[in-house]
Design a protein around this ligand. Structure first.
Ligand code: GLN
Length: 473
């Protein structure tokens, strides 16, 4: 039984029905995973084997566990795992072992899921190719000369090359959805506040959200049910628990889908073709398709850059060589220690953003205020759109997987949902003539995560784009 051909729910079902034990699953995992895409920074074999024995003993006693009991999971390396290295793919934290676990990890542990590794990423989640990682970039299984996207690069590469079953990423400005699209997997950035950020290493806390990256939308929805809801350790979480996201009676018939025409026109011809095909599939499923123009493309990225980098600047101030992280020896005095640790241990991208954020904060009345005005304008555009439409449909990215040189535009359709705090999912919707994956983004109104998830679930019931794998590594 090749566990990598199954979704998390399918594997969980087999473990529950005792067709395979979770000890066998974990042994299979570590026998077969060679980290061929460089998507893991740490593999947690000893932890996982112990945990599997414990979970199996509960299964044997027929204790009531979740459907993810015994299922191997991996987590982006900016999400804290107690006693397990959490590096943020930075030299600064390369030896950092957290003394506590993030709420999402605790919830998954309580549900019986088994951590098998920590995923590679752009340093401190800053990047769009994975190449800013201190541990080197990941390989895109669909084309090794192209990036996996970023910053959740390892989550996407390991799922795509069949070395992971279920992963958690983080999305500050597209970092779940862009690599999901480039590697043909499913990933959701939930509504801001739906998931606790306790234990997520901050980049831009007003935008950061953790979300599942999985093989299909059903796995995303089930994982969200486990990790979402109020957390007393994160005051920005929504004061509600026990969300359900899977609605078996959900029907796409009559659903009003606003198709963002100007986003499609902005995309290249290969992407356009597959998106138009996907729209036709929705039409055949009975959805009401209406074209709209969202006037945000000129403002999204500048607004995101200004607002995320001022937050980044103040968050990165905690790394001073004193409290934790990299600390050079014998530098003389405290000031020199602070300067030297940051000089040695941050990569170029992180340093650039800290400087950019400081520049903006020094000139607060100009760029920063403009960005706040633009944020309000973008929010209004979405508000108006959701008065008329249930969901919005766009390509996830204007092109397929970009090169390692990066591309300033690849997040252009994504950052606005972080700016507004609304949910958005990327699902596979086709392949170009060169066999490169194309992703489609479905954006929902605030707290309408269930609507985009069920729409995605129904789309995947009618299509098999998400099942196609291509492994040239
Ligand atoms: N590519 C974007 C950036 O570099 C998004 C990062 C993210 O979502 N973590 O800022």
């Amino acid at each position: 039984m090749n566990i990598f051909n199954m979704t998390a729910l399918q594997l969980g079902e087999k473990i529950k029905n005792k067709e395979i034990s979770c000890i066998e699953v974990i042994n299979y995992f570590f026998t077969n995973v060679t980290n061929k895409s460089n998507g893991y920074i740490t593999l947690t074999q000893d932890y996982a084997i112990n945990r599997a024995k414990y979970i199996q003993s509960k299964i044997d006693k027929s204790e009531n566990l979740s459907i993810l009991a015994g299922v191997p999971i991996s987590i982006k390396d900016n999400i804290c795992t107690k006693n397990i290295k959490t590096t943020c793919a930075s030299k600064m934290l390369k030896d950092f072992i957290p003394s506590y676990s993030s709420t999402v990890f605790k919830r998954l542990e309580n549900a019986g899921a088994i951590l098998v590794g920590k995923n590679n990423m752009d340093e401190f989640a800053m990047g769009d190719t994975g190449k800013t990682s201190f541990y080197g970039s990941c390989k895109n299984p669909w084309d090794n000369t192209k990036s996996t996207g970023g910053s959740s690069s390892g989550c996407a590469s390991t799922l795509s090359c069949k070395e992971a079953i279920l992963t958690l990423g983080s999305d500050t400005g597209g970092s779940i959805r862009q690599p999901s699209s480039f590697c043909s997997i499913t990933g959701i950035k939930p509504t801001y506040g739906l998931i606790s950020r306790y234990g997520l290493v901050s980049f831009a806390p007003k935008f950061d959200q953790i979300g599942p990256m999985t093989k299909d939308a059903l796995d995303c929805a089930k994982t969200l049910e486990i990790i979402s809801g109020y957390d007393k350790y994160d005051n920005t979480t929504i004061k509600k628990s026990n969300f359900t996201f899977i609605n078996k009676n959900f029907n796409v018939k009559g659903l009003k889908i606003g198709v963002c025409k100007n986003f499609i026109e902005y995309s290249n011809k290969d992407v356009q073709k597959e998106i138009i095909n996907a729209i036709n599939i929705f039409k055949n499923m009975g959805a009401i398709i209406e074209e709209i123009n969202l006037d945000i493309l000129d403002y999204s990225i500048p607004t995101y850059k200004i607002l995320s980098n001022v937050q980044c600047t103040s968050n990165m101030a905690r790394y001073d060589g004193i409290k934790y992280g990299y600390s050079p020896k014998d530098v003389g005095n405290l000031e020199k220690l602070c300067i030297q640790s940051r000089t040695d241990a941050f990569g170029v991208e992180v340093k650039t953003r800290i400087m950019f954020g400081n520049f903006i904060l020094k000139n607060k009345n100009t760029h920063y205020n403009n960005a706040i005005n633009a944020k309000n304008y973008i929010t209004k555009q979405f508000k108006d759109a959701f008065n008329k439409h249930d969901i919005l449909l766009t390509p996830t990215t204007p092109t397929t997987a970009i090169s390692f040189n990066g591309d300033n535009d690849s997040d252009i359709f994504l950052v606005s949902s972080n700016i507004c705090g609304i949910p958005a999912i990327s699902i596979p919707c086709g392949f170009t003539k060169n066999n490169m994956p194309v992703g489609m983004q479905l954006i929902g109104n605030y707290l309408k995560d269930d609507v985009i998830l069920n729409t995605a679930i129904q789309f995947q019931k009618c299509t098999n784009f998400h099942l196609k794998t291509h492994n040239i590594i």
